[in-house]
Design a binder for this molecule. Structure first.
Ligand SMILES: NC(=O)c1ccc[n+]([C@@H]2O[C@H](COP(=O)([O-])OP(=O)(O)OC[C@H]3O[C@@H](n4cnc5c(N)ncnc54)[C@H](O)[C@@H]3O)[C@@H](O)[C@H]2O)c1
Length: 242
């Protein structure tokens, strides 16, 4: 058990997949959890945590929405200790197939959303003694994975933003780390063709997909005081893809 008693955690994109598993694991470890998503199914997930859960319908690319998440979290739980920037979109396309609309969708959710989240949460965390931010990146930000130009570009940006933020916040008590999932069994995989999926699976040395629960355990560790000297870290969780 990691001790998360009394900690207040915000997980974005927590209505599905990894975010839902992370929210559940934090709640099981005693945290108060704010579930945010554009998907209303997040409401049921938050409700399953009883008085320790709270749902905010939230588009991470909307600056005003972040102010509302902060306001509701402080009203309900009085502090913010952890932010997991998990929300993401993935629509595979090569550079030549990528139009401005597709580019802007990825930019808005995967990149702008992470910037806005780090800025909003850090403003609160500096006043309450610090905290931890985990940015969900991707193996696509470590390797040259063709066919996902806009997606991979935004994840490379998140990798860089994490390093910059970790350095800026290092003396403020706020740790910022990024994680690099490989191929995790969530609804997002449905965006791939069967052929692409077979190809990606063939790249995994452990010869199986990762599970949302496995990613959630990594996020919980990085959020906990057991990771007190880890900031700016880049942790892979990909069955050995590297
Ligand atoms: N599944 C994988 O193989 C994999 C691999 C590497 C990285 N990732 C990353 O993991 C994270 C979680 O993805 P997942 O696999 O759980 O997929 P998922 O599709 O199950 O979950 C993504 C969630 O983000 C939410 N979302 C989308 N746009 C949003 C917005 N504008 N504002 C708020 N929420 C929004 C969706 O509603 C959904 O609940 C993403 O950042 C993704 O890029 C996934």
């Amino acid at each position: 058990m990691r001790n998360m008693q009394g900690k207040v955690v915000i997980v974005t994109g927590a209505a599905s997949g990894q975010g839902a598993a992370e929210a559940k694991l934090f709640a099981e470890h005693g945290a108060k959890v704010v579930v945010t998503d554009i998907d209303e199914r997040g409401e049921d997930i938050a409700a399953s945590f009883g008085s320790s859960g709270h749902f905010v319908r939230h588009d991470v690319g909307d600056e005003g929405g972040w102010a509302e998440v902060m306001r509701q979290t402080l009203d309900r739980f009085e502090r913010i200790d952890v932010l997991v920037n998990n929300a993401g979109v993935f629509k595979p396309a090569t550079l030549m197939e990528t139009d401005v609309t597709l580019w802007q969708l990825h930019y808005r959710v995967n990149q702008l959303g992470v910037f806005l989240g780090m800025r909003a949460a850090s403003e609160v965390m500096v006043k309450t003694g610090g905290g931890a931010i985990i940015n969900v990146c991707s193996n696509a930000a470590l390797n040259n994975v063709p066919g996902m130009f806009a997606y991979a570009s935004t994840k490379w940006a998140v990798r860089g933003m994490t390093k910059l933020a970790a350095s800026e916040f290092a003396t403020l008590g706020i740790r910022v780390n990024s994680i690099y999932p490989g191929i995790i069994d969530t609804p997002m995989l449905g965006q791939n063709s069967a052929e692409q999926l077979t190809h990606y699976k063939s790249m995994i040395p452990m010869q199986r997909l990762g599970t949302p629960d496995e990613v959630a355990r990594l996020v919980l560790f990085l959020a906990s005081d057991d990771a007190s000297y880890i900031t700016g870290g880049e942790v892979t969780i990909d069955g050995g893809i590297g």
